[in-house]
Design a protein around this ligand. Structure first.
Ligand code: PLP
Length: 378
């Protein structure tokens, strides 16, 4: 089936009892058993839930995986995947990942004796020379918030040589634009909170796997650690993915117009968007993805200038998150990357004047008019 068909149908059949075309919300904590060990394959809500399972099958199809496991948030999915690593093993992470991922790795999982190193992975050859041995490689591409592009196939080869697990957080692109498992990744993680749900009304996460051993372990962890996605959130995301193939081209088209508008503004020192032909990762992005996405960062030089513009915007809402149908704008230094110290942010190039915009599906002319009146404040 084609991608749009899978978005609408994969994992879902009409309800066997009523014929309802939409998968019901199985809002139950347990299932009645007829006798000891006599049940219909469903025992307890943490272990089995058909709404969640429908979403998992849907997302496995969209990412070309063998299976998928949904969790209570993107970070809960991240934590579950990291349970593949044992004490004393080393995890290498592309630099400037989502600040919450960095915080989970450096402030919590490091306490369990897992070793983390953050390395620029945008040049795969330089990365390999620096990376040493590792048990797991974790990347985002494009990275958050500086939009560095990492070559998924080349990094998969580096991980394979070491027998390491290769994980790609594909939240920014969604499977509509980029399917890392087809390029050699072993596991794809998403914050379903973002483009997959697309309507800013649910928090969730998923790990999509390729190998049976990873599926077995994540199914076990999902039940044994218990950070499951709720039936209602699963239903919301299932509803969201039905329109993914309609929303993403619109996000991208608006993104392209806004990136160009921002680049034409003399007040803006730099615009980060992989769609520009002179972006260092442009050729790789074109090769490994079918689009450039709707995330754009731009630098206004100082926190004061950024705040003046952010306070003036009316249509572009200031808030943490991305991937909703509404345009959201954020200030990485005090929001997504607030967990980093000032020195760490400076080293990465995440300045106090940096703004990240997640372009929504409104009329582009209205968004541009709003940005223009906001930028008039500096
Ligand atoms: N990965 C990326 C790229 C993100 O931007 C985020 C959240 O912003 C997460 C993971 C974490 O997802 P959640 O907020 O659903 O825990």
């Amino acid at each position: 089936m084609g991608f749009a068909t899978d978005c609408i149908h994969a994992g879902q059949e009409p309800d066997p009892t009523t014929g309802a075309i939409i998968t019901p919300i199985y809002q139950t904590s347990t299932y009645v058993q007829q006798g000891i060990g006599e049940h219909k394959g469903y025992e307890y809500g943490r272990t089995h839930n058909l709404t969640r399972r429908a979403l998992e099958k849907n997302l496995a199809a969209l990412e070309a995986g063998s299976d998928a496991y949904c969790f209570a948030s993107g970070l809960a999915a991240t934590q579950a995947v990291l349970s593949l690593v044992r004490q004393g093993e080393r995890v290498v992470v592309s630099d400037n990942v989502y600040g919450g991922t960095w915080r989970l790795f450096t402030k919590i999982l490091s306490r369990y004796g897992i070793l983390f190193d953050f390395i620029d992975a945008s040049d795969a050859t330089a990365f390999e020379a620096q990376a040493g041995d590792f048990a797991l490689l974790w990347i985002e591409t494009p990275t958050n918030p500086l939009m560095k592009v990492c070559d998924i196939a080349a990094l998969a080869a580096v991980a394979r040589k070491r027998g390491a697990v290769f994980v790609v957080d594909n939240t920014f692109m969604s499977p509509f634009f980029q399917r890392p498992l087809e390029l050699g990744a072993d596991i794809v993680v998403h914050s379903t909170t973002k483009f997959l749900n697309g309507h800013s009304d649910s928090i969730g996460g998923v790990a999509v796997v390729k190998h049976a051993a990873h599926a077995d372990w994540l199914r076990y962890v999902q039940n044994a650690a218990g950070a499951i996605l709720s039936p209602f959130d699963a239903w919301l995301v299932l509803r969201g993915t039905k329109t993914l193939a309609l929303r993403m081209p619109r996000h991208e088209e608006n993104g392209r117009l806004i990136a160009q508008f921002l680049r034409d503004q003399k007040k803006i020192a730099r615009v980060y968007w992989p769609g520009f032909t002179d972006h260092p990762g442009h050729a790789i992005q074109k090769r490994q993805a079918s689009g450039f996405g709707a995330l754009i960062s731009f630098d206004l030089g100082s926190r004061e200038a950024a705040n003046r513009v952010l306070r003036k915007l009316r249509l572009c809402s200031l808030g943490e998150s991305l991937g909703g149908i509404e345009t959201l704008i954020s200030h990485p230094a005090t929001m997504t990357h607030a967990g980093y110290s000032q020195a760490e942010r400076d080293a990465l190039g995440i300045g106090d004047g940096l703004i990240r915009i997640s372009v929504g599906c409104e009329d582009a002319a209205d968004l541009i008019a709003d940005l223009a009146q906001g930028l008039a404040a500096v």
